[in-house]
Design a protein around this ligand. Structure first.
Ligand SMILES: [Zn+2]
Length: 134
């Protein structure tokens, strides 16, 4: 059994500022927040990333993400939020226990992501779509 911090949080052997819990998920404030109320949502069972988690448990996590996002809006008036999940080292996943970030955003907060875009040809778009659509 690996010993990642999120597993310890899930079973309660490490503390956290918990804001949501179901039988399969837990949500807590990120210890290194990029904004107030920056929250992480994780499955309680250990899955390294989205490729490992069974569909029914992923649905539970996604449902929790949605519920917490709505709670932010209702309780805090937060209606601008970035929701993201890094899966795999090359995708900047640092803690290898599946997690979703819910990051309240505001104008001028300096946290805008800057993606470098590419310019596929029409043929490349058609090829990509056909590969994924079969
Ligand atoms: Zn874990």
């Amino acid at each position: 059994m690996e010993d990642y911090i999120f597993c310890r949080i899930a079973v309660g052997t490490s503390g956290c500022w918990k804001m949501w819990e179901t039988s399969q998920t837990i949500a807590f404030l990120d210890i290194n927040p990029v904004s107030r109320y920056h929250t992480l949502v994780i499955p309680k069972k250990h899955y390294a990333n989205i490729f490992d988690i069974p569909d029914d448990e992923l649905r539970e996590v996604a449902s929790a993400v949605g519920e917490i996002a709505k709670r932010f809006k209702e309780k805090l008036g937060v209606s601008h939020k970035q929701i993201l999940s890094n899966n795999g080292r090359e995708a900047q996943q640092e803690v290898l226990h599946l997690h979703f970030h819910l990051i309240p955003r505001s104008s001028g907060d300096g946290n805008n992501l800057r993606w470098k875009t590419i310019r596929p040809s029409r043929e490349e778009f058609e090829e990509m779509a056909s590969i994924l659509n079969t």
